[in-house]
Structures are given as C-alpha cells and as structure tokens.
Design a protein around this ligand. Structure first.
Ligand SMILES: N=CN[C@@H](CCC(=O)O)C(=O)O
Ligand SMILES: [Zn+2]
Length: 432
C-alpha cells in the first residue's frame, strides 16, 4: 500500500533532480520542473507508507505501473502546481509578550541598537521569557508553529536566546524539544542554542562569554548526552556592542566541541569580518550578512558556508539589504529565512521569498532554491528534504495555480494560493 497519489498536476517543481545537496552561484538560476505543453498530460507523485517519495512522472506512465486500490489516498491536482514545502532557515519563535510599541518607536526613527541600548529589543523579550512558564512558552510556540505550517513551511530552524542564563536557555530548548516530541504540529525542526544572543544585564560580554562556555554549554551537553535534550546548532549574535569576533569564535569552538554545527548571526549592522572568521571555521551557515565584504563573500564561497539572508530584517529596520547579487555571482550558496522574532513579526515564507526578489534582486528561481534546498542545506537536512526527488520526504505544497510563480507574485495572498500543505505524505492543512 502507498500513502498518497497526487495526480494531474500541471507542474511539479522538483528544484533539483540529480540528488544535489546544495546549489551555489549560477546553479541557483535553474529549477528542475516536470511540465508538459499538452493540456491533457498531467504529472503524478507517489508517496509510500513511510512518507517518502517513491515515484514521480507522467500520469499515464504512473497509471501503467500502479493500481488505484494501492493508494490510501488520491489527490486530484488538475490545474495546480506542486513545489517542495518551504524550509525556514532562521527563526526566534519561543517568546511571549509582543513588541508592537517598539515598532512605533522604530517608525518614528529609533534604530535597532538605540532600542536595544534603552533596555528594549532582545532584553525586553528576555524579561518576559524568564518570567514565563514552560507551558506558557509551549502554548505560544505551538500557535506560531501552526501558523508557519499554514504559510507553507514544513521545516524550520528554531533558536533559544531569550533566556541568557543556563536555567532559561535550557527552558527554551526544552520547549522546542517538546514541540518535536509531542508531534502536535507536524513541522520539522532544527534546534539551535543561542545563549550568546545578548549580554545579560549586569554582565560584560567577556563574563557572558565565559558563562556560555563554562557553565551553559556543559549543562546542555550533559542533557544531550543523557538523551534528555536534542540540540543541533550553535549560534552567537556577533555584532558591535554585543559579542565581538574573538568571543564569537571561542563560543563557536566550544559548541563544535559539544557536537553542534556552526550557524551564527554575522555582519548584520557592522562589518566585523565575522564572515571570514566563520568561513575559516567551516561554518555550516552564517545569517544576515547585510554588511559582508567582498573578501567575506570569497571566503564563504570557498568554504561552502551557506549565507542565510533575511529580507524581513532589512525591510523592518530600513537597512540596506545584503549584497545578494554579489554573493550569487561570487559562487556562494544563498538560503532564506523569515527571522520570525518580536522585532520582525513575519513567519510567512511566501512573503519572504517575494521580498527577496524585490528588495534583494533575486530571481524567482533563485529565491525558491534559497527557500527550499539551500535552506535545508544550511541546517544539514538536504539529504532528506528541500527538493521533490525519489527517496526524499514528501513535504510539499499543492498550489491553486498552474504556474508555481504565483506563490511569489501574489504577495500577501499565500492563504489563497496554497491549496494543501502536505508533510510526510499527509495532508496537514487544506484551504478549499
Ligand atoms: N539580530 C539579532 N537577533 C534577531 C533579533 C532578535 C530580537 O530583536 O528579538 C535577528 O536575527 O534579527
Ligand atoms: Zn536572528
């Protein structure tokens, strides 16, 4: 028996079809698509009982190989296109207490660091998160995760970073772990420890660095070793007035020692050459990169570190966007993330992809690659997700349009464009 047969699709956008794990530079310009000019010829996907894609091809070829009775469910996708589920490469979704008042301050001209220095920004959220119980944070996270799924994300990176001490950072990581374990929201998750997201009140950056390395990380490692906590990545906010490049490097080294993959915030507001440092450490990914230098681009292209760009941040803070054209022409792998957090309240990857095209000058193909395969690669997941190929998880979106580009073009209307969200071959959200 097979779990699902999707048939009659006008287009199936595989993204890649030869098992590529990442696309760099100019290779991001093309996406593999199954499509025919003949209006009577549609395309099919078959999903096995484990939720993996076992076959893709023309309806007539599939019909010749399988019998209807073999499928637990069939889905008619006449007039529709199918794309991989979005992979959100960067989110901060564990928090309570919004910052709508700060949005007003920023609209009136305050910069991100002015708000931060006035005790707002990350520190406002730290205060709320420290006072919140695990249950409160879990209820809030569950709602955001459900909203991400409805916007078409089937996998997301999720960070801690509003605890800033061992107790509260572990509390946040436990909340993310509970989301994975309880399986109430069918969203895949990569877990990131970001204890060095800000310098806690009353500490210096040097003291906070020591606390992360000698106190927080060893406790987290012990919980990982005992099987009580799952953590995948280590993150630091490397920025002027937060953690400098040396402190960041030391924390990342300690993270690697604990078995975590390097995936950190760099070159957001000031050019500190953290991209070069990260490339030298063979970082799996570096996020933001608004201020990356030409040398940083060359170094990241050489090391294969994925650049995770976040269009909502530059948009909301009115920053210059990262030099994505230079990054792609320079041979880097570029990925996308929503950066969902109380500063940039957006978990809609369709909107992120649209912003990437308009504000960062990416083509729609490049942005789709960045929001699927390359985002999966930034999290070490592109062997399982990020493209529609035999052997991969059937995480996909059925779109209400014959051409997939409508999910980018009709910005703000993703709820109408996405007909079904499918995770592991199961329909987890439908909009009909
Ligand atoms: N820049 C650092 N961290 C987040 C913002 C977090 C916050 O403001 O709460 C970011 O990626 O944009
Ligand atoms: Zn961030």
């Amino acid at each position: 028996m097979f779990r699902l047969w999707i048939h009659s699709a006008k287009q199936i956008v595989q993204v890649v079809s030869n098992g590529e794990r990442v696309l760099t530079g100019n290779a991001m310009k093309n996406v593999s698509t199954l499509e025919s000019d003949d209006v009577n010829k549609g395309y099919s996907i078959i999903v096995d009982h484990k939720g993996k894609i076992v076959d893709l091809g023309r309806d007539d070829e599939i019909c010749a190989k399988y019998k209807k009775e073999q499928f637990e469910k069939t889905l008619d996708a006449t007039g529709c296109s199918v794309i991989p589920g979005f992979v959100d490469g960067h989110t901060h979704p564990v928090w309570v207490g919004d910052r709508v008042h700060e949005f007003a301050m920023k609209l009136a001209g305050a910069t991100y660091m002015e708000v931060h220095r006035a005790g707002g920004g990350i520190m406002f959220t730290v205060d709320r998160v420290r006072r919140a119980s695990v249950d409160e944070l879990y209820t809030s996270l569950k709602q955001y995760a459900m909203k991400m799924l409805r916007c078409g994300s089937t996998f997301a990176e999720m960070k801690s970073g509003y605890g800033l001490d061992a107790e509260n950072e572990i509390k946040m990581l436990q909340v993310i772990n509970r989301l994975i374990k309880d399986e109430e929201v069918p969203l895949g998750v990569s877990v990131t420890y970001c204890g060095a997201h800000a310098v806690p009140k009353g500490s210096t950056a040097a003291e906070a660095t020591e606390d992360v390395i000698s106190n927080q990380l060893p406790q987290i490692k012990a919980l990982m070793d005992s099987g009580d906590l799952n953590v995948d990545n280590i993150d630091v906010f490397c920025e002027q007035g937060v953690f400098d490049v040396d402190q960041t490097k030391r924390i990342l080294e300690a993270g690697v020692e604990a078995g975590l993959a390097i995936n950190f915030h760099g070159e957001e507001l000031h050019q500190l050459n953290s991209a070069e440092m990260g490339a030298e450490m063979k970082a799996r990914a570096i996020s933001h990169l608004e201020e990356i230098s030409d040398e940083g681009i060359t170094a990241m292209a050489k090391s294969g570190s994925v650049g995770v760009v976040l269009p909502t941040t530059a948009y909301i803070l009115r920053l210059s966007p990262p030099p994505v054209r230079k990054m792609i022409e320079g041979g880097m792998a570029v990925a996308l993330g929503s950066d969902f957090n109380p500063n940039a309240h957006c978990f809609s990857m369709p909107l992120v992809v649209h912003l990437a095209c308009v504000t960062m000058h990416m083509s729609m193909n490049e942005a789709l690659v960045a929001a699927t395969l390359n985002a999966a690669s930034s999290l070490g997941q592109s062997d399982r997700i990020g493209s529609l190929e035999v052997g991969k998880q059937a995480d996909l979106l059925v779109l209400n349009s014959a051409r997939w580009e409508h999910i980018v073009y009709q910005f703000g209307s993703h709820a109408d464009v996405i007909r079904e969200v499918i995770k592991d071959g199961k329909i987890v959200h439908t909009n009909q």
